[in-house]
Design a protein around this ligand. Structure first.
Ligand SMILES: Cc1cc2nc3c(=O)[nH]c(=O)nc-3n(C[C@H](O)[C@H](O)[C@H](O)COP(=O)(O)OP(=O)(O)OC[C@H]3O[C@@H](n4cnc5c(N)ncnc54)[C@H](O)[C@@H]3O)c2cc1C
Length: 460
């Protein structure tokens, strides 16, 4: 961390909002006008809409993340966690990857910490659940699922086999429906290489507390998505929830009980709880309370956007809903980041602030290779697409939305290779404990056992 004479703009979080806002500020800033410091516990931004495809092996996990130091060469990037902020002294406390926490003074502040998985105190969930918010989880899920096929293929115990081949997904929004669609697709492909495992031996279960899935694309496409998944053999249970999953024994409220080694939790998100230590005004659900200019209420040097902010939806309000708020999605995060970047510079220069207003452009979801749903909003018209065309829209939209040309090209290259070479179906589960083999080799050798010689054999 450098000391700086210039005013410091501190960006907390280097995800969607943090990356795009910092880029915008650096692009439009005059030389030497300010120091932009981005703090994030990860050294990369994650393009979350591609996590299900990374879990299914369609895209290499490294291509789903954007290295912050590479795309923000003019910023000061610190790898660590902001733990508290003292607004009176304008000082943030940073816990770096290693070593003592330290204080960092700032003049302007951008809050872009996104959301965390929303969980409930369900017995067994913390021990058994797998989230889907980061690339580490997507890689872990892929290795874990393929490992279950390895286990099932090589055991003679029917109970172990059944548990390994039962996959439970809780939450049927974007993240859940896309993940079950992609993973089912991958496993169907992978099963061809296992002598003792077929798709018919497996059980895929999708559970949601609401009475529909994929609410983002509207009821009709949501119903299509459900029927499509059911057609592929996924059991979809709506208006119910998971009561417990101790040791992988899943109990649903509707009475269903199954044993599973794989419980994927995608039942929504909530704002990062650390926000309560930042001395900011928070809304009823823990979001930072923002003006339509993305300035935090009552604080003219702080801005927030994305999943951790409650931002009035001016288009929704103009159309008659006085309580409309921008939903937490990438579409808003990206556009808010640009307005936020401009407003930070205007704030520094004493110019007026611009309000954020964006009309929903629709939503696209992939449900596995060549399968998907898409709702495109054009003025008052809503175009609904399903199947292969929707899937092309999904890939086209997200492929182009992926930050930086470097990453776009890598993602399109992965897809193109996948068309000609078959999908990789190898589990690299051991990657999570890479030192184990070396540790075993470096251990003192066990006392040798004498070889059974011919004389000994005769004597015995
Ligand atoms: C599986 C999945 C699929 C999705 N699919 C879609 C889709 O198809 N379409 C769509 O529009 N949206 C989709 N979304 C939602 C979209 O990805 C989010 O709305 C978007 O990422 C929000 O951006 P953000 O900057 O607010 O948060 P994030 O991108 O999550 O960034 C937050 C950053 O803050 C960092 N951070 C956390 N704590 C701290 C701390 N204490 N100090 C410093 N930094 C911290 C995090 O490491 C992270 O880098 C999906 C989300 C998921 C999980």
């Amino acid at each position: 961390m450098s000391t700086t004479e210039r005013p410091r703009i501190l960006v907390v979080g280097g995800g969607y909002v943090g990356l795009y806002a910092a880029r915008r500020i650096l692009k439009k800033m005059r030389y030497g006008e300010a120091t932009v410091t981005v703090v994030d516990p990860r050294s990369y931004m994650t393009y979350q809409p591609f996590l299900p495809e990374a879990a299914a092996g369609n895209i290499s996990p490294r291509h789903v993340v954007v290295p912050l130091r590479r795309v923000l060469p003019k910023a000061e990037v610190l790898t660590g966690r902001v733990t508290t902020i003292d607004q009176d002294r304008k000082v943030a406390t940073i816990a770096p990857l290693v070593g003592e926490a330290y204080e960092l003074p700032f003049d302007y502040l951008v809050i872009a910490m996104g959301a965390v998985s929303r969980t409930f105190p369900i017995p067994g969930l913390a021990e058994q659940g797998i989230g889907m918010k980061g690339i580490e989880e997507a890689i872990g899920l892929r290795n874990h699922v393929l490992e279950q096929l390895d286990k099932a293929d090589s055991t003679t115990d029917e109970e172990i086999r059944r548990k390994a081949l039962t996959f439970v997904f809780i939450g049927g929004g974007f993240a859940g429906a896309e993940t079950v669609g992609e993973v089912e697709d991958m496993v169907r492909d992978a099963a061809k290489y296992y002598k003792n495992v077929s798709r018919e031996d497996m059980r895929f279960i999708l559970v949601d507390a609401a009475d529909k899935i994929l609410p983002e694309v509207g009821p009709k496409l949501g119903t299509y998505g459900k029927e499509h998944l059911e057609g592929r053999g996924v059991e979809v249970y709506l208006s119910t929830s998971m009561e417990s999953c101790v040791d992988g024994h899943v109990v649903l409220k509707n009475g269903l009980e199954v044993d599973s080694n794989t419980i994927v939790w995608t039942a929504g998100v909530k704002p990062n709880p650390v926000l309560s230590r930042f001395g900011l005004p928070l809304g009823p659900r823990g979001h930072v309370d923002c003006e339509p200019t993305l300035q935090v209420k009552g604080m003219d040097y702080v801005w927030a956007a994305g999943d951790n902010a409650q931002v009035p939806d001016l288009v929704g309000r103009k159309n008659g809903n006085p309580n409309a708020w921008c939903p937490p999605n990438a579409q808003h995060a990206l556009r808010q980041a640009r307005v936020l970047g401009d407003n930070v510079l205007s704030g520094m220069r004493g110019f007026p602030q611009k309000e954020y207003s964006h009309a929903n452009k629709g939503a696209v979801a992939g449900l596995g290779l060549h399968k998907g749903v898409a709702m495109i909003v054009m003025g008052k018209m809503k175009i609904k697409l399903k199947g292969r065309l929707a899937w092309y829209m999904h890939r086209g939209y997200h492929g182009m939305a992926m930050p930086t040309w470097n990453r776009k090209i890598r993602v399109f290259a992965d897809w193109t290779l996948g068309m000609f070479l078959k999908r990789e179906v190898v589990s690299l589960g051991a990657i999570e404990s890479p030192r184990e083999e070396f540790y075993e080799a470096a251990k003192p050798a066990p006392a040798p056992v004498a070889a059974k010689t011919e004389e000994k054999a005769k004597a015995s």
